[in-house]
Write a protein that binds this ligand. Structure first.
Ligand code: DAH
Length: 344
């Protein structure tokens, strides 16, 4: 082998080694390169060292000098690569710098739904007025949803198209007029009946819960919504008391001095019946129905209408919540959009 040829393979090897080692990024590849370049048995340096023996005698000295020089250059490059990798991995271990002056990462806690909050608030207000809270089932029979509430069989409120009647397992024919036919309750007035069937007067209760009607959802309708039902039965209960209770309720819930107005209306289970409006930002807004409990209803539950009487009311919970919080579309309450819900 010619000296010149030998010297240029030494140089080529060094350039290759320095280039590769400057780019290495992990310790496994670095180890593989160490074996490849300086491995004791078949590393490239070893091979060149052996080739040196094939040179002419007078060429061996300059070849040896160059050989030693490139050997230490490659060693240097290996060491540098090693130091570089070590410093890379030590910054990895420490992770990003911690700046203790930055605000912390806030944990988002869940919260109760605005309707649940409203229900709790209404219970608290009515509790202060002496009403206790009772619950009733959401799957009802027609007796509690209609019959006992003096809603006759031909009343449009009983139309199958306006209610979610349920088919009962094992029942082959379906008759929505049977007292035992089941439906998702369309009003919380059902709870009046359930309570009066159980306890003797005096009764002073509210019941809050879901009701269902097959309405197309729009800004003011939803097939499921909530009502607050109220019932006060005692001796000599008056319409004036009904009005005071609703006024005190409205003032507590909506704030300041809310005016209240009764408009004549009709419900089968009250006589007389009224719609209750609250004056809200200079507008009269309807919040629900009310009235003096019809004697037929008292009779249906075994009360003596000659001895006791009372009033009842049913208010829309969504409507109250929406008015108080300035929500304009009932569907917003049920979209489960956290950006909306987080505001409550
Ligand atoms: N149940 C009625 C409805 O869903 C609301 C209602 C009106 C309830 C008058 C009452 C009442 O207790 O006395 O439209």
């Amino acid at each position: 082998m010619e000296l010149q040829e030998f010297l240029s393979s030494l140089e080529a090897l060094t350039v290759d080694a320095e280039h590769k080692l400057s780019k290495v990024t992990d310790s496994a590849s670095l180890e593989a390169m160490r074996v490849h370049f300086v491995g004791a048995r078949s590393g490239q340096i070893k091979i060149l060292q052996k080739q040196m023996g094939g040179l002419a005698a007078e060429d061996r000295k300059p070849a040896g000098i160059k050989f030693n020089e490139i050997k230490s250059r490659i060693q240097n490059a290996l060491e540098q690569a090693e130091t570089r990798l070590r410093s890379l991995s030590s910054t990895k271990q420490t992770g990003p710098m911690l700046d203790p002056t930055l605000p912390g990462i806030r944990q988002h806690l869940g919260r109760t739904h605005p309707i649940t909050q409203t229900i709790e608030h209404l219970k608290e207000i009515m509790g202060r007025l002496g009403f206790s809270v009772v619950e009733g089932p959401e799957v009802e029979d027609t007796w509690h949803n209609f019959v006992a509430l003096n809603i006759p069989e031909d009343h449009p409120a009983r139309d199958p198209l306006d209610n979610f009647y349920l088919s009962v397992a094992g029942q082959t024919t379906f008759d929505s007029s049977a007292d035992t036919a089941c439906l998702l309750r369309s009003q919380t007035s059902t709870v009046q009946i359930r309570v009066m069937e159980e306890v003797r007067p005096p009764v002073r209760i509210i019941s809050l819960g879901r009701v269902y009607r097959p309405d197309e959802a729009d800004a003011t309708h939803f097939p499921m919504f909530h009502q607050m039902e109220g019932l006060w039965i005692d001796q000599n209960v008056t319409m004036a008391q009904l009005k005071s209770v609703l006024r005190m309720f409205a003032t507590s819930y909506l704030g300041a001095d809310v005016h209240i107005r009764f408009r004549p209306s009709f419900f089968p289970f009250t006589e007389p019946s009224v719609e209750a409006d609250f004056l809200w930002n200079d507008n009269w807004v309807e919040f629900g129905g009310a009235g003096m409990v019809d004697p037929n209803v008292l009779q249906a539950v075994g009360y003596d209408p000659e001895k006791v009487n009372g009033f009842a009311f049913g208010l829309g919970v969504e409507r109250l919540c929406m008015r108080r919080h300035g929500v304009h579309d009932i569907r917003d309450l049920y979209r489960n959009d956290l950006r909306f819900l987080h505001q409550f």
